[in-house]
Design a protein around this ligand. Structure first.
Ligand SMILES: [Zn+2]
Length: 543
């Protein structure tokens, strides 16, 4: 198996306020991809960070009456602290305001684009939204207001540095259309292609020191100007890898990496799929291989944002419902393309239905039955001592309850697979277990977290159906009444069910690492016996 180098990034949020659940979505998605690649043997680096140098951070600090650095550090710490409640496997965090790797790299990047002849000064007037930290063309505004924030942008006139984006329209179009730069889902890719087709204009990449309030990275060789915060922020994907300070790391995780994957929200696609690739082309660096775009979350039907009053604090959610329930909701209910509405009731219903009543019920009943019927010793099908001849154990299976149906329903609604009388082989369960890894690979390959988790849920469903059909509690009664064949079938059924539980534990690991560990512990044999059954999930409905 080839071990690939896979570099996965989250966007770096402005630290003008504390994080909300919409950002938790991106973190959890990135974490799932990272965990999945690691367990497939790839070398993975999951990179996160904070965008400290934005003007909106300065303004928020002023409103709060707190010195900017203190304000930025405090909120940055709240973002970093999310790794614990959400069980994130982040490898590195870069803070653009205070990390010595960052400024050196941003300066080097500026010089590289300057050397390509892509930077120039010109007088500029435009409409600037500080919330977005971007200029808007009048045509992009809704009734004169920012489409993201609903605020009136401010008119700005000054001499700035510009980047020759117009020069790269053709190459960007070819790279995206050919799939060398893959943008998922297709709706977003098409949006980017039509934006490029509409013509690309050079964009301003600096501010006067006065307008930036002295906050940010000065333009190399022009101390009266500060580098545009987006130029600075996009650079984090490279500066965190040592661009400007450590070329070996840069080579490993960027220039020679097999995959360079950015996860981004739909509101910042243009920056990541147009500006950033053009900047990389200008600097002579490889582009990302994939840009995976997620939608927005609403809460009770209204847009969530850090500045609105309906923020949902992910840490508070974890305190109330636990990490697994929060991660599961984000992975199960947010569609591959489009937005999702968060409500507490939906989170609770999803967790109770699929985790407590699904996975939890399966594991608990299987472990309990093995304790009750086999003293906690996992049965080995066909591995029991041979039954002495004439002991009466070879009597034919009585029809009716207690046996297995002679026809098993097939997976995926295909016609039923006929099998021998009293078949307890659990073909459907075994098939679901065998199919799951490839289904998860394919689903995560196309950024479809719903389909990936569905493959795990399918095992649980198949196994719960199997147990209901086989009715081990009746087999054990028949066995105790002297039916040795029922005993053998009971062993076979329990072995299939326990195997399914173990597979669920393995397959859940990228999605719900904490729960996966609890499932694995329940199924781990110590001194020949399984641990006493204990619930893997608590029901949430009473909250
Ligand atoms: Zn805005």
């Amino acid at each position: 198996m080839t071990r690939h180098h896979v570099y996965i990034t989250t966007t770096i949020p402005y630290v003008n306020a504390r994080p909300h659940v919409g950002f938790a979505l991106e973190l959890v998605q990135a974490d799932v991809l990272a965990r999945h690649h690691r367990r497939r043997g790839d070398h993975v680096r999951l990179q996160a960070g904070t965008d400290d140098n934005a003007l909106k951070n300065v303004q928020a600090a002023e409103r709060a009456g707190v010195p900017v650095q203190e304000f930025v550090d405090r909120n940055a710490a709240a973002f970093v602290a999310l790794h614990r409640p959400l069980t994130l496997s982040i490898d590195d965090v870069i803070h653009t305001g205070r990390d010595p790797r960052h400024r050196a790299g941003v300066e080097r990047f500026w010089r590289a684009c300057e050397a390509s002849g892509d930077l120039y000064r010109k007088h500029y007037e435009g409409l600037y939204c500080v919330g977005c930290e971007q200029f808007y063309a009048p045509a992009d505004l809704d009734d004169g207001r920012c489409p993201e924030h609903g605020t009136t942008p401010q008119r700005v006139a000054e001499e700035n540095w510009f980047f020759r984006l117009s020069r790269y329209a053709g190459r960007l179009h070819d790279l995206i259309e050919s799939g060398r730069l893959r943008i998922e889902p297709a709706e977003r890719r098409n949006e980017v292609l039509s934006f490029i087709a509409g013509g690309l204009e050079d964009f301003s990449i600096s501010r006067s020191v006065a307008r930036a309030r002295g906050w940010g990275i000065p333009v190399p060789g022009d101390p009266g100007q500060v580098i545009y915060v987006w130029w600075d922020a996009l650079g984090n994907y490279l500066t965190a890898l040592g661009y400007g300070t450590d070329d070996a790391e840069l080579r490993r995780w960027w220039s020679a990496a097999d995959r360079r994957v950015h996860l981004v929200g739909k509101g910042v696609v243009r920056f990541h799929a147009v500006y950033w690739p053009a900047m990389l082309l200008s600097a002579g660096l490889p582009l990302p291989t994939e840009i995976l775009v997620h939608g927005y979350l609403t809460a009770d039907g209204r847009k969530i944002s850090k500045s609105s009053d309906n923020t949902v604090d992910p840490t508070a959610l974890v305190d109330a419902y636990g990490t697994d329930a929060v991660r599961w909701w984000l992975l199960r209910e947010v569609p591959r393309a489009g937005d999702a509405d968060f409500t507490h009731d939906r989170l609770i219903a999803r967790a109770d239905d699929e985790l407590a009543n699904g996975v939890g019920n399966l594991v608990n009943r299987v472990i309990s039955m093995i304790h009750r019927y086999r003293d906690g010793r996992p049965p080995v099908p066909g591995g029991r001592p041979p039954v002495p001849p004439g002991s009466g154990d070879r009597s034919p299976v009585p029809p009716g309850p207690g046996g297995c149906p002679s026809v098993l329903p097939a997976p995926d609604g295909r016609p039923p697979v006929p099998s021998g009388p009293g078949d307890c082989s659990g073909d459907e369960v075994v098939a679901a277990c065998e199919r799951a890894p490839a289904l998860v690979d394919a689903a995560l390959g196309s950024f479809d977290f719903r389909a990936a988790t569905e493959a795990v849920r399918a095992i649980v469903d198949a196994a719960n159906r199997f147990v209901n059909r086989v009715r081990p509690w009746e087999l054990v009664r028949a066995e105790r009444a002297g039916d040795g064949d029922a005993g053998r079938r009971l062993d076979a059924a329990l072995a299939v069910a326990l195997d399914a539980c173990r597979t669920v534990g393995v397959e859940l690991s990228p999605f719900l690492p904490d729960a996966a560990e609890r499932v694995a512990r329940q199924c781990a044999v110590v001194d020949g016996r399984l641990p006493a059954p204990s619930p893997v999930f608590a029901r949430l409905a009473r909250h």
